[in-house]
Design a protein around this ligand. Structure first.
Ligand code: MOS
Length: 703
């Protein structure tokens, strides 16, 4: 036994100071193991076989020749697969997506639907056999064509109400001297994290163990327990390092297939998705068609706001991209109407993708605001300042810190906005037309219950355990800093362990709520531990552990409009010869609560902004009407922004703190992408005088 006290006098705060990632060395040296490379004795490899038809039935699978191929151990399909339980309500009140419940029937609801898993001794053998497997289909007519005018679009509530309305919209539009009425479209977009989805499943005694790449280990563990009718205590999911997720890394077909195979083969089985397979199995952002109608008086004050969005889902599951939701927060009007509608197509089920709703929604709304500024003869920044609401336009609730005006003022100053000539199409530099644009950003700042444990060791170090996921955000480092302040010790004395469902329930890395929710629990556990140690406790060899659960504290949060905000600015050049748009510089100024680690926070915000450039100019998954599949389902055919596309880009923030959060955090995961595409599109208009309402702004559309 030895006596340990926490640091006195009080340590300089760690939260708010720049720290490199605690796992950075492990990542760059290759010591960090990702889900597809954790070694296992006796490991078998599964390879998914995906349907080549867009709708129909599996009539037969010629498995015998494949089973005779070298190394092949099994072929799982709807005839022999374990039956799964799908009648339950899981995390966030969501029903399971049948796409994950593989091999339960012979129906094929979209191209790229998993019809079989071939398991072999090596990955190469599994792949070769999977590609050799002949599947006979009964093909049925399919419909993959998304257009916003479909009469079958229906409102779906999702995680927010489908429709909100107040006032007399038609009357307000008719009586408004200035009206904008425009339709905007965004294409199907895909997450494309660097690390593809991968899972290894094995049974150890009576416990199912899964090494995975996901955004929430207790979430995935809970879903697997439900699907396989297992005692939740007998399922352990680990996911220590994750090479990006963006909303795509929940429960998907490959984990379920791996568990099935491990169960019947009695050995560990790994299933890894290829980049191409991710295009139909990882989820994606639905295309949207959005109509925005704005009515204003001649001073630019909004009288009417109507934002309607249509997105698509599969025939097997309802997922909605709620693009009209952003209008419920950003701007008020006497007549205010928003609606999110859905159509069902023979396509894979879309899912959450960075700023679901807000990313495409802010493109339409903030581009429409720019059109309104033009019609009113007002500066686009000034128009937004004149329309700042003093409470939630739909909720009527107060904002806990809405500093959008400050973001615009600071951004405009730093960007040099005051010198801007408002006329479009008049600045030319050689073959380039130049323009600047701006847009507003917001994203909800939420928190969800989590549990954590903090342990003091006799050697003066501490271990924090929480089933958090660091999907590249720097969450683990942020939690180290939060724990350091709560314990008043240097961060070097703290080891944060994450990504293990054995650590108990915690929020997923999603909704920009991960670091905030986990920090809350970590601070509570570490703060309690510090109090326990305050009088110089004797620490036994196994340490002293204190646990926290923030369920009650979060339930007691007062109702309010909590959001992060931002102002985006972009300057573009448009090549008059080729139609190519180049972003020359970009600036985002945000208020996003307390910034825990400026280094990784800047990365997060920049990553979002760069994705906005990508969304504005490059990203588009093209679906072939005849086959129902993608034309270029890889990184050669699906273009994402690279370093060469981002010459000068800067993200910064103003002081802000959430008064109801113990650390002051709001969340930065998604706000960076919001408004970014609109700022670029608005700059393209300023450069050329032409409005581009369909993304991406490809060269052929510009010319
Ligand atoms: Mo994010 S789209 O909530 O992973």
């Amino acid at each position: 036994m030895s006596a340990v006290t926490t640091g006195t006098p009080a340590q300089a705060p760690s939260v708010g100071t720049a720290h490199t990632r605690v796992e950075g060395r492990a990542k760059v040296t290759g010591a960090a193991r990702y889900a597809g490379e954790v070694p296992f004795a006796d490991l078998a490899h599964g390879w998914l076989v995906l349907s080549t038809v867009a709708r129909g039935r599996v009539r037969a699978l010629d498995t015998d020749p494949v089973l005779a191929m070298p190394g092949v151990l099994a072929v799982l399909d709807h005839r022999n697969a374990l039956r799964l339980e799908t009648d339950y309500t899981g995390l966030m009140g969501m029903r399971p997506d049948p796409t994950c419940a593989v091999f339960q029937h012979d129906r094929v609801p979209h191209r790229g639907w998993p019809v079989a898993l071939v398991v072999a001794e090596t990955s190469e053998q599994a792949r070769e056999a999977a590609e050799a497997l002949v599947v006979h289909y009964e093909q049925q007519p399919h419909d993959v064509e998304f257009t916003g005018e479909r009469p079958d679009a229906y409102p779906l509530d999702g995680h927010m109400p489908a429709v909100t309305q107040k006032g007399d919209l038609d009357a307000a539009l008719t009586s408004s001297p200035v009206v904008v009425d425009a339709e905007y479209t965004t294409p199907e977009e895909h997450h494309n994290p660097m690390e593809p989805h991968a899972a290894t499943a094995r049974w150890d005694g009576g416990q199912l163990q899964v090494i995975d790449s996901n955004q929430g280990v207790t979430w995935v563990a809970g879903e697997l327990a439900n699907l396989f009718s297992l005692d939740p205590a007998s399922v352990r999911v680990r996911s220590e390092h994750v090479g990006g997720g963006f909303g795509s890394k929940g429960v998907r077909a490959h984990q379920v297939a791996a568990v099935m195979a491990a169960t019947v083969l009695h050995r560990p089985v790994r299933v890894v998705l290829t980049r191409r397979q991710m295009f139909s199995l990882a989820g994606y952002r639905s295309p949207t068609t959005q109509r925005v109608r704005l009515g204003a008086d001649t001073t630019g004050r909004l009288r009417a706001l109507d934002h309607r969005s249509v997105s698509a889902t599969s025939t097997v599951y309802e997922f909605i991209e709620p693009s009209a939701g952003v209008a419920r927060v950003m701007y008020d009007a006497d007549a205010h109407h928003t609606a999110n509608r859905l159509v069902r197509l023979d396509v894979p089920t879309p899912t959450f993708m960075r700023a679901p709703g807000e990313a495409p929604g802010s493109f339409a709304l903030e581009a429409a605001l720019d059109e309104l500024a033009e019609k009113c003869g007002l500066d686009p920044v000034e128009l937004r300042l004149r329309n700042e609401p003093d409470k939630g336009p739909v909720s009527g609730l107060p904002f806990t810190g809405r500093h959008l005006t400050a973001c615009f003022r600071e951004g405009a100053h730093r960007f040099g906005w005051a010198d801007r000539d408002p006329r479009p199409g008049v600045r030319r530099e050689g073959r380039w037309l130049l323009g600047t644009g701006t847009a507003a950003a917001s994203f909800p700042a939420g928190a969800a219950p989590s549990t954590a444990a903090a342990t003091a060791h006799p050697d003066g170090t501490f271990t924090v355990r929480i089933s958090a996921a660091d999907i590249g955000t720097g969450a683990r480092t942020a939690l180290t800093l939060v724990a350091a302040d709560a314990l008043q010790v240097p961060p070097e004395r703290i080891r944060v362990r994450i990504g293990d469902s054995a650590f108990g329930p915690a929020m997923i890395a999603g909704g920009s709520m991960g670091t905030r929710s986990w920090s809350w629990a970590v601070q509570a556990a570490a703060g309690d531990l510090r109090e326990r140690l305050a009088f110089g406790a004797d620490i036994p060899p196994e340490g002293i552990t204190v646990r926290s659960d923030t369920t009650a504290a979060i339930a007691a949060l007062p109702p309010a409009e909590r959001h992060s905000f931002g102002a985006q600015f972009a300057e573009v050049g448009v090549d008059v010869g080729t139609g190519e748009v180049r972003v020359r510089r970009m600036l985002g100024i945000f208020t996003a609560g307390r910034i825990v680690n400026p280094l990784t926070a800047r990365n997060q915000l920049l990553g979002g902004m760069i994705w906005g450039i990508s969304m504005a100019l490059h990203e588009e998954a093209v679906r072939d009407r005849a086959s129902g599949g993608h034309v270029g389902a890889d990184l050669a055919g699906y273009h994402v922004a690279t370093h060469a596309d981002v010459p000068r880009i800067e993200a910064d923030w103003l002081d802000d703190t959430d008064p109801d959060d113990p650390v002051g955090i709001k969340g930065i995961g998604e706000v960076g992408i919001v408004g970014a595409a609109a700022a670029v599109a608005n700059a393209v208009w300023h450069a050329t005088g032409v409005r581009h309402r369909d993304l991406p702004i490809r060269p052929d559309r510009v010319l």
